[in-house]
Ligand binder design. Structure first.
Ligand SMILES: *Cc1c(COP(=O)(O)O)cnc(C)c1O
Length: 397
């Protein structure tokens, strides 16, 4: 998935175009910019690529998740259901708005188990946030049905699944609002950046205003703009948007390399009968950013992960023992280590985390190995990596 692998002349040309023109900010300076609107151009490309009516570029994926929630009206005291396996940004964004993250178990899709979601719904639930982890997706039909039945928002964090689809719809475009990250390790990069996409005009306008101090962006005189509501600064710069504009044009090329490399690794590992692969819901197609597989036990997975590292197979993660992506190591969340006093509502709302066990999540994440698919490998390198991986796993089984 790494955007850090493939960039060069096309990206340089777009960035130099911004520097030569001299307007680094995305809003205003209409007279000075001589028709240069990199952010707007990239937003148009995002709408086309992800088949939605609206796209709002922002400063990061974390900002995108925060803005998507805010645009749907999530705020103090609301509960947002999210998976135990994700990136720390999920609960950071929820709590930044004063809302309470309700973590629930994942299933073999490696994201929300619809049954666990349904059980977690209370009168305070305002949104369900599905995180399309490692290039694939949750059971979107089931999740949508639950959200509709309980009248709650479905927010899609597709930061790690750029280019994946479900029933031919791009991931990110299925929920009420979808989020992308263009940080340095995602499929396409701006350096730092993110986007919110939606088909709903009101949510889009909320995202547009909220990400720039509540400015309404009407007319071309910044000073005369009004503020329909409070906001914050989550703007992207023209320099970052310029990098993304070059990158998004290369997305089909990146995805096809990913798929090719993924398929070589998967076909080799599939020859081992004790290996199973993560469930991709019917109608879904992965982005092939990662290859995820399950081993029979936690202990075997730990040994395989260790042996991969010792034998130079880099980029494979055993998330069970990882600080960033799984509930087990999030002590700062469980102990509510905050720089500043948190509201009583959040403190009380998070008490369940001190005692709650996520045995079903442990069952999947404990046995899962997730391998990053790189774009820069040669075919010889992928094949030799595949046969090394097979030898290592067979040696341990
Ligand atoms: C990367 C990522 C984010 C945050 O994106 P940033 O641009 O790094 O802020 C959020 N959610 C998921 C699933 C991610 O992988």
């Amino acid at each position: 998935m790494p955007g850090f692998e493939l960039f060069g002349d096309a990206e340089r040309k777009e960035v130099n175009d911004v520097l030569d023109n001299g307007v680094l900010m995305r809003y205003g300076f209409d007279g000075m910019r001589n028709g240069h609107w990199k952010s707007k151009e990239l937003e148009a490309q995002l709408q086309q690529t992800f088949k939605t009516n609206y796209a709002q570029l922002v400063s990061s994926g974390t900002a995108a998740v925060t803005i998507a929630l805010a645009s749907a009206g999530v705020g103090a005291g609301d509960e947002v259901i999210m998976p135990t396996f994700t990136f720390v940004a999920s609960f950071e964004a929820i709590m930044a708005l004063g809302a309470i993250p309700i973590l629930v178990d994942i299933d073999a899709t490696l994201t929300l188990d619809p049954i666990a979601v349904e059980k977690a719904i209370t009168p305070k639930t305002k949104a369900v946030m599905v995180v399309q982890m490692c290039g694939s997706m949750g059971n979107m039909d089931a999740l949508q049905r639950i959200c509709n039945a309980h009248n709650v928002f479905l927010i899609e964090d597709a930061c790690q699944a750029i280019g994946g689809t479900y029933n031919n719809k791009p991931l990110g475009s299925i929920g009420d609002l979808g989020c992308f990250s263009f940080d340095f390790v995602k499929t396409i990069t701006c350096g730092e950046g993110g986007a919110v996409i939606t088909n709903n005009e009101m949510y889009y306008l909320n995202a547009d205003h909220y990400s720039d101090h509540g400015h309404d962006h009407i007319g071309n005189d910044r000073g005369a703009e009004t503020h329909p509501f409070l906001g914050y600064n989550y703007r992207i710069s023209e320099l970052h948007a310029a990098v993304g504009l070059a990158q998004i044009k290369r997305l089909p090329e990146f995805l096809s390399i990913q798929k090719k490399n993924y398929t070589i690794l998967r076909d080799s590992l599939a020859t081992i009968s004790d290996i199973t692969f993560r469930t991709v819901p019917e109608g879904g197609e992965e982005s092939y950013a990662f290859l995820n597989f399950f081993l029979p036990t936690l202990e075997i997975a730990q040994n395989v992960s260790k042996s991969f590292k010792e034998n130079g197979i880099d980029g494979c993660f055993h998330y069970y023992d990882n600080n960033w992506h799984y509930i087990r190591k999030w002590d700062h969340l469980k102990d509510l280590k905050s720089l500043f006093p948190m509201s009583a509502e959040i403190k009380v709302g998070l008490e369940y985390l001190k005692t709650k066990e996520f045995t079903q999540s442990d069952h999947y994440i404990g046995r899962n190995i997730s391998c990053l698919i790189k774009l820069s490998w040669t075919e010889t390198e992928v094949k030799s990596r595949a046969s090394k991986m097979v030898d290592i796993v067979k040696g341990i089984l």
